[in-house]
Design a protein around this ligand. Structure first.
Ligand code: DQA
Length: 146
């Protein structure tokens, strides 16, 4: 089983970006942690990060049957992007939305997700473990279909 892990804008600066909110792990160290976790489940993760909305959409659109699921942290586009929502809504691949911080106990504008409503579900507030929980959620939902 291959899954795609998509990181949205500004997540490439994790480690130095607002560590009081997002912690001190870099994106590379989070990806290594994801890789190790996936190994234990027999999952192959494929990683993609972009600061550009269109590139995130292109990546979702180009997902084929080899990819069993997507875990996406849309970052700031969560709160703004109808285009990203439409791309998620159009793909046959199941998608789980994750956030490092708890977007529901921050500024009001962060409490709204344009994208969560077209995902299987949303995981928010568990630090980098949100990604692992998202992967687990995809894994459970794929097992329940087999
Ligand atoms: C984030 C939360 C978003 O509100 C913010 O714009 C991000 C990161 C998170 O993982 O907590 O860039 O998605």
């Amino acid at each position: 089983m291959k899954i795609l892990i998509i990181h949205g804008p500004n997540l490439n600066t994790l480690g130095t970006r607002e560590p009081d909110i997002y912690g001190s792990e870099t994106l590379d160290s989070i990806n290594s942690k994801i890789e190790q976790f996936c190994n234990t489940l027999g999952i192959e993760p494929i990683f993609f990060q972009s600061n550009h909305e269109g590139k995130l959409i292109d990546t979702i659109q180009s997902t084929d049957d080899n990819i069993s699921g997507i875990v996406i942290n849309p970052a700031a586009f969560t709160h703004t992007s109808v285009a990203l929502r439409d791309a998620i809504s159009s793909t046959k691949t199941p998608v789980v939305e994750v956030h490092i911080s708890n977007i529901h106990n921050r500024e009001d504008f962060r409490k709204i997700s344009f994208t969560a409503g077209v995902c299987i579900g949303q995981i928010s507030g568990f630090g980098s473990n949100s990604y692992l929980l998202g992967i687990q959620a995809l894994h459970f939902s794929s097992l329940s279909k087999s």
